[in-house]
Ligand binder design. Structure first.
Ligand code: PMP
Length: 365
């Protein structure tokens, strides 16, 4: 068997133990005689998988009881529309209004999509500095009558992360796109009204979208909201209003159990910090590689970096691939390189990458 260190931004690397378990259970899940893919979503076997995944996610996040976990479909992009559909009329159906903080491509996409549903106000943007910072909260212009405030707490393309949520008035309902760092560290869930994330980066396989909603925020959907995207209805039907992405839920459930065995999110945060520190130190110690993001805003999950001489990019990528270090090509918007180092990337993978970077620099600087 040949496994590479896969630095893809998503779909992304998964823990080998999880894949091995899924493989061993592929034809016959725990004596049921069928694959998880072949089970009825309403049968006792899948109901067990589903309930266990919900319970384990709740434990991992230490989620308070007044939050619902929804297993949905449509990805982060889907939620860009589903969030305003469910929430923008919360305070006043005649005056749908929300605030957006834009710190990179993903929050920009959310902002643009939300405009279809109401009066959407740009509370802060770091576009003029090329999305390399997190804007100081003192510069945010928040509306008194916004139904919610949207942020993307980890910008997957620009590599900008909120390491903590700034202090805000308790009445502000914060909606966070955590697609690329949910479960990378503990979070204070009670600070958020809604958290959403596609599973295909740090959690599992594509097809599952995790949505965590404070219960009092349910029940405000616009009348045009499709039933399967109406959080209140989805919650009432325990995420089974339509057929849920059963296999993706199963894989996410295996990842939750892997995270618990690894010591939970406190342990994961330590591992993730160590990996990111190693990679950023290598970049900062060299004159050959750069990362433009302000130090305090650097993502622990997605690390864009640039070679001083871009004409060497292809050689860098070829050499990396030859060593089993794959998917390092940067997003087309930025060029250069990007290493996504999610939970499932072991420190050995980051060590192999930095060893290669040092060697490549020695030969080409
Ligand atoms: N938000 C963030 C932060 C992302 O990284 C992505 C995907 N790269 C999305 C939203 C969109 O997710 P999806 O492709 O699941 O719709």
């Amino acid at each position: 068997m040949h496994r590479v260190f896969n630095f893809a931004a998503g779909p992304a690397t998964l823990p080998t133990e999880v894949l091995a378990q899924a493989a061993s259970e592929m034809l016959d899940w725990q004596g049921s005689g069928v694959s998880v893919m072949e089970m009825s979503h309403r049968g006792p076997e899948f109901m067990h998988i589903h309930q266990q995944a919900l319970a384990d996610l709740r434990t991992l996040l230490a989620l308070p009881d007044d939050y619902e976990i929804l297993f949905m479909q449509g990805g982060g992009r889907g939620q860009n529309a589903i969030v305003p559909m469910n929430l923008i009329s919360r305070l006043d159906p005649d005056r749908p209004r929300a605030d957006y903080v834009v710190t990179g491509t993903w929050s920009e996409q959310s902002f643009v999509e939300a405009k279809k549903y109401g009066d959407v106000h740009l509370a802060a943007s770091t576009q003029t500095d090329g999305f390399t910072t997190v804007p100081a909260v003192t510069e945010w212009s928040l509306s008194d009558d916004a139904a919610y405030l949207h942020v993307c707490t980890n910008e997957t393309i620009h590599g900008v992360e909120f390491h903590s949520l700034p202090a805000l008035d308790k009445r502000v309902v914060v909606v966070a796109d955590m697609s690329s760092h949910l479960l990378s560290r503990p979070i204070d869930s009670a600070r958020y009204g809604v958290i959403y994330a596609g599973a295909q980066k740090n959690i599992g396989s594509a097809g599952l979208t995790i949505v965590i909603v404070r219960r009092d925020l349910l029940g405000h959907a616009l009348p045009c909201t499709p039933s399967v995207f109406n959080w209140e209805l989805v919650s009432k039907h325990q995420s089974m209003l339509n057929t849920p992405p059963t296999y993706a839920i199963y894989i996410a459930g295996l990842v939750f159990q892997w995270l618990m065995r690894a010591g939970g999110l406190v342990a994961l945060e330590q591992r993730n910090r160590a990996k990111a520190a190693l990679l950023y130190r290598t970049i900062d110690d060299s004159h050959f590689y750069t990362n433009p993001v302000e130090v305090g805003a650097r993502s622990y999950m997605n690390v864009p970096f640039f070679l001083a001489d871009a004409s060497r990019n292809a050689a860098f990528l070829d050499g990396a691939k030859a060593r089993g270090l794959t998917q390092l090509k940067g997003h087309s918007l930025l060029g250069g390189m990007r290493a996504s180092i999610y939970n499932a990337m072991p420190i050995e993978g980051v060590q192999a990458l930095v060893d290669y970077m040092v060697e490549f620099e020695r030969h080409h600087a």
